[in-house]
Write a protein that binds this ligand. Structure first.
Ligand SMILES: Nc1ncnc2c1ncn2[C@@H]1O[C@H](COP(=O)(O)OP(=O)(O)OP(=O)(O)O)[C@@H](O)[C@H]1O
Ligand SMILES: [Mg+2]
Length: 379
């Protein structure tokens, strides 16, 4: 039974370490791709360091796969350049770029055994048989698949098949591995487990990975940096923390953290803070210092997890808890703020600290957790 189940933990990284790469792994400059009137990718530029785990995150149709396919060489850009290491590969065929791929559908050869599948890239490259056997064994062990080499793909679970696909990409040690929603077809539990495993293998082997997902949590868990994509544009390319705490646009604030947006006007600046008079109830909200004109119309963005409930009268606003949903370690609360119509203010509070439905609460936040955006900025 255990053989067919998912052994956990299955990451066994033992030696076989890649020579640690340093410097720049891949860069793109002004990469653009159109399909008729649709601008699938609009002047994307980025530099990715060796050993970095970078994720393209965006809604369906935002241009993630198109960007990855251009890097891989399966899709020709209208303009722009792609450099791997120091080599301009823009015009090179896929197999000459020396990149590994893992796709959402495992695309294993059904008639070949696991070992033959993993060996395939080496066989193609004419690597001697002994060397192939050694490297396949080593790679299967890294992915916790030792003992599965003789099976056919159909005799494996979805998660195991996806690990075989990962092995096939790892086995010829490409400097950069591209992955397009590799866990998209798996259930949540397996996805969570493989996220950790892929990350562990990436770190242990010092791999450079470019990963595509539309799942914010997956991106936050795995990535050193995330490129948030929207309508073919890279909206922001930053560390998870920066994206979360210093989103550059309302779109990023909303996409990563489902921020609350409170409309108001800049009332005054102090050395450290910017005070905003909220439209909703006329109260003053203190934000960290922003470079905005006094009187400017703004939206104050605050992540639900950064708001805290306090005694009514102690916070920047007060209201009534309308919904309080227990979700494991946190309670999600929706607070109806006093004074007019507004969407419910969403709070996430550690479970055990209330609040409960119908309770009167104040709401407070640290100024450092308040981001201000000029209202004209859209979103
Ligand atoms: N071969 C094609 N012909 C025409 N339009 C295309 C083609 N491939 C992609 N597009 C368009 O380009 C845009 C970007 O598509 P892309 O597949 O890169 O999105 P994505 O971010 O990977 O989305 P998803 O999350 O759904 O996979 C979309 O508007 C899509 O319809
Ligand atoms: Mg896609």
């Amino acid at each position: 039974m255990a053989e067919f189940g998912i052994a956990a933990p299955s990451v066994k990284v033992t030696g076989g370490k890649l020579p640690t790469a340093t410097g720049k792994a891949l860069s793109v400059v002004a990469l653009r791709k159109t399909y008729g009137d649709v601008v699938a990718v609009d002047e994307a530029s980025m530099e990715i360091a060796a050993g970095e785990f970078v994720t393209f995150l965006g809604a369906s149709g935002s241009g993630k796969t198109t960007t990855l396919m251009m890097l891989a060489g399966f899709c020709e850009p209208d303009s722009g350049t792609i450099t791997v290491g120091d080599r301009d590969v823009t015009k090179l065929a896929p197999q000459k770029r020396n990149l590994g791929f893992v796709f959402q559908q495992y695309l294993l050869f059904p008639h070949m055994t696991v070992s033959e599948n993993v060996a395939f890239p080496l066989t193609l490259r004419g690597v001697p048989k002994d060397e192939i056997r050694r490297r396949v064994g080593e790679t299967l062990e890294i992915a916790g698949l030792s003992g599965f080499g003789g099976r056919r793909p159909r005799e494996l679970s979805g998660g195991q098949q996806q690990r075989v696909a990962l092995c096939r990409a790892l086995v010829y040690r490409p400097p950069v591995i591209l992955m397009d929603e590799p866990l998209g077809a798996l259930d949540k539990k397996l996805r969570d487990q493989l996220q950790v495993e892929i990350k562990a293998i990436q770190q242990e082997l010092g791999l450079t990975v470019i990963y595509v997902t539309h799942d914010q949590e997956e991106a936050l868990v795995m990535s050193d940096r995330i490129a948030v994509m929207r309508n073919g544009l890279i909206e922001q390319f930053d560390t998870p923390r920066e994206l979360f705490e210093r989103p550059r646009t309302p779109f990023v604030a909303d996409f990563l953290g489902a921020a609350n947006f409170l409309p108001g006007r800049v009332e005054q600046h102090t050395d450290e803070h910017t005070l905003v008079r909220l439209d909703q109830n006329g109260s003053l909200l203190t934000a960290r210092r922003h470079d905005l004109a006094t009187g400017a119309a703004v939206k104050a963005a605050v992540q639900p997890g950064r708001l805290r409930a306090c005694a009514p009268g102690d916070g920047f606003c007060a209201g009534t808890v309308e919904i309080a949903t227990y979700v494991g370690t946190i309670v999600r609360a929706g607070v109806r703020i006093d004074g007019g119509e507004a969407p419910l203010l969403r709070l996430e509070i550690p479970a055990g600290r209330g609040p409960v439905a119908a309770e009167r609460v104040g709401v407070t936040v640290d100024p450092g957790d308040v981001n201000l955006f000029p209202t004209e900025q859209g979103g």
